[in-house]
Design a protein around this ligand. Structure first.
Ligand code: PBG
Length: 345
């Protein structure tokens, strides 16, 4: 029999009644870039002397990321500005990325107890007791070559790197992080981090693993944001975007190693992966709408070619419809505001 599918689309009330997917503000995570800029032997007023290093550190920084208009790098003393604004809109979870111009071959800034993330987390946790802080655990912001691990004989050394990643995660948790999120794509890093956390009495700290993380062109703006010095690519450790079965073995391995949440990244072009993963796992699935996705929508919106909020909402709904439980997005504030306004209307 001919079916009139338009019957249930006749007005907003019936459309809302039969709609299947909601975007919950509680499931949004906002990434924050926290920066430190050192200057050797510079004693200008805007700098203060860093006690243990013979250098000066800038404060008062809020600098816009060129390829991500509307997104900024903040110095530690200013990151409360963004947290205040987002918590007022109902966002409670933040993912912290540390940016520094102090880089070396071993990425020692990653696991320095006075590194940028460690100091930022201590400072945020001192000021707020009702925000949830997730730290990105990786080495690429701290290595002079820009890779997510240390290099031996021309290759990223998996087993040496995971020891340093475990040390990094531990230092974040000691500083007060509520959750750690390894994004390096080394094998066995979840097990290494879980063991180290447990051995040190942090068995209650969850791990959100970037499990199915693809070697994507959509990370371009992030690399600018993170002042990453990478010359080549990450194809020897991040996944090949021609594959999807591999994503399943990645998530299953991570869950077995102790991951509490698995992530698929990027999001928009990887909804098939989110869907396949969410159909087979019994843990929450996070989707990361990455910097390139933000940049594309923002660029079109700034040109007046696309309705920004509606598009952003559609992207978020698509991620949840595909099976995501958590959505990490640079558009968290706009989404939260859009949802609230849409409910009030
Ligand atoms: C660090 C890391 C990256 C992103 C999150 N963590 C960059 C990369 O792997 O090159 C990308 C985030 C984004 O593009 O928004 N390894």
């Amino acid at each position: 029999m001919f079916k009139r599918t338009r019957r249930l689309r006749r007005n907003k009330i019936i459309r809302d009644m039969v709609s299947e997917t909601e975007v919950d503000i509680n499931s949004l995570v906002y990434p924050i870039f926290i920066t430190e800029d050192y200057e050797e032997n510079n004693s200008e007023k805007s700098l203060y002397k860093n006690s243990d290093k013979n250098s000066y550190m800038q404060y008062g920084i809020k600098e816009e990321i060129t390829s991500m208009p509307g997104q900024y790098r903040y110095s530690i003393d200013r990151c409360h500005e963004v947290i205040d604004k987002y918590t007022a809109a109902g966002i409670k979870a933040f993912m912290i990325f540390g940016i520094t111009d102090k880089k070396d071959d071993n990425g020692s800034g990653a696991y320095d107890e006075n590194g940028i993330v460690q100091r930022a987390v201590r400072s945020i946790k001192q000021r707020y007791n009702d925000v949830y802080i997730i730290t990105d655990v990786c080495m690429c912001e701290y290595t002079s070559h820009g890779h997510c691990g240390i290099i031996h004989d021309g290759e990223v050394d998996n087993d040496e790197t995971i020891k340093l990643l475990a040390q990094t995660a531990l230092s974040h948790v000691q500083a007060g992080a509520d959750m750690v999120a390894p994004s390096d794509m080394m094998d066995k890093r979840v097990a290494a981090i879980r063991n180290t956390l447990d051995k040190n009495g942090y068995e209650n700290i969850p791990i959100m693993s970037y499990s199915a993380k693809y070697a994507s062109n959509f990370y371009g703006p992030f690399r600018e944001a993170a002042k990453c010095s990478l010359k080549g690519d990450r194809k020897t450790y991040q996944m090949d975007f021609r594959n999807s079965k591999e994503a399943l073995s990645e998530v299953l391995a991570d869950i077995e190693e102790g991951a509490d949440i698995v992530m698929v990244k990027p999001c928009m072009n990887y909804l098939d992966i989110i869907n396949r993963v969410s159909n087979i796992v019994n843990v929450p699935v996070a989707a990361y709408s990455v910097s390139g996705e933000y940049a594309m929508v923002k660029a079109a919106a700034l040109n007046g070619w696309i309705k920004e909020e509606e598009t952003v909402y559609e992207m978020a709904v698509s991620a949840f419809r595909a099976g995501a439980d958590i959505y990490i997005t640079y558009y968290a504030l706009e989404l939260a505001e859009y949802i609230k306004n849409a409910i009030l209307k």
